[in-house]
Design a protein around this ligand. Structure first.
Ligand SMILES: [Zn+2]
Length: 319
């Protein structure tokens, strides 16, 4: 009994020492684990159902960092190209509705600089201060919405912003022209909404093509095919993935359950983030953990039957 207690105390002490040294605890690789695709709306004050304050957003990034999560681009996840060091977990950021606090410029001298309190600036500052965290996000913009949701609400700077996003490796995604609830409309309107959004973005970034669609209000059109590809008014569109507004953590891209036409997301509000971070702390076997080798997929013993159509060369089953 006494020996057992000592062992527990020793383990606690060691655990504290590890945490104090800011070393993430060792995690066994599990590349069939689940991945959080976080969904942000407004970055602004005050905190609300659809609003995360700048301070809380910064704190979210800190919590993710401390728990061994690293940013991965949505498109790299879709392609199964998750290149993280061993023991780390991918997390994906998405920002819906192009509201002003996500990406804002403020005047300085004769030019404009990014407002340090906007979402993008916070993300970039955090990435600079935490080498290895990564710097990736997908922005589901609304090119034809009414202010303040039309392309971050600074019309004269819209081109500069969209070009900045693309030049820095961020992704711009389709969220329809003006947040149309696609399930309510006939085929022609659905297609005009999806092609129209791309056409508007191409006025700012010539030739840019969306790869993914985030459904406004989570509403699927009556036929899935209308959302996947098509054209309207001479503009063709094609989406490799469709994101929902809820549903929890997403499957590993290597899992048999992975369905790019129904990708769930987690709304990045305090309660849901708490829930999922705690969930993965308590059930570490559910969490995607990288093996550090992009050419292999490491899975837990006995679970290779859960693999889907695997694109990587080699599967390693953990003993
Ligand atoms: Zn939206």
């Amino acid at each position: 009994m006494r020996a057992a207690l000592s062992a527990v105390l020793l383990a606690l002490t060691l655990g504290a020492a590890v945490l104090a040294g800011a070393q993430a605890p060792a995690r066994e690789p599990n590349e069939l684990g689940r991945v959080m695709i976080l969904e942000y709306h407004k970055i602004d004050v005050p905190e609300g159902r659809w609003t995360r304050t700048p301070d809380n957003f910064r704190r979210d990034l800190q919590r993710l960092w401390e728990r061994g999560y690293r940013l991965v681009a949505l498109n790299d996840y879709l392609d199964g190209k998750i290149a993280l060091p061993a023991g780390l977990t991918p997390v994906i950021l998405t920002f819906d509705d192009s509201s002003p606090g996500q990406f804002r410029y403020i005047p300085r001298g004769n030019d404009w600089v990014m407002d340090p309190e906007c979402g993008l600036a916070i993300l970039e500052a955090f990435a600079r201060e935490h080498p290895g965290f990564g710097r990736a996000a997908t922005f589901y913009v609304l090119p034809g919405a009414s202010p303040p949701n039309r392309l971050f609400n600074q019309p004269d700077l819209a081109t500069r912003k969209l070009q900045y996003l693309v030049s820095q490796g961020y992704e711009i995604g389709n969220h329809s022209l003006w947040h149309a609830e696609l399930g309510r409309y006939p085929e022609s309107v659905v297609r005009e909404q999806l092609a129209g959004a791309q056409e508007w973005v191409q006025r700012h970034v010539p030739g840019y093509r969306f790869r993914t669609l985030a459904l406004p209000l989570g509403s699927y059109p009556k036929e899935l095919a209308w959302a996947l590809s098509g054209e309207a008014k001479g503009m063709a569109y094609k989406h490799d993935a469709i994101l929902m507004v809820a549903g929890g953590a997403a499957p590993s891209p290597y899992a048999r359950t992975f369905n790019p036409h129904r990708l769930p997301r987690i709304q990045a509000v305090e309660r849901d983030l708490d829930y999922w971070l705690t969930y993965f702390d308590r059930t570490p076997g559910e969490r995607y953990v990288s093996d550090g080798d992009a050419a292999t997929i490491t899975v837990m013993s006995g679970s290779s039957g859960k693999l889907g159509a695997v694109r990587a060369a080699r599967v390693v089953e953990r003993r």
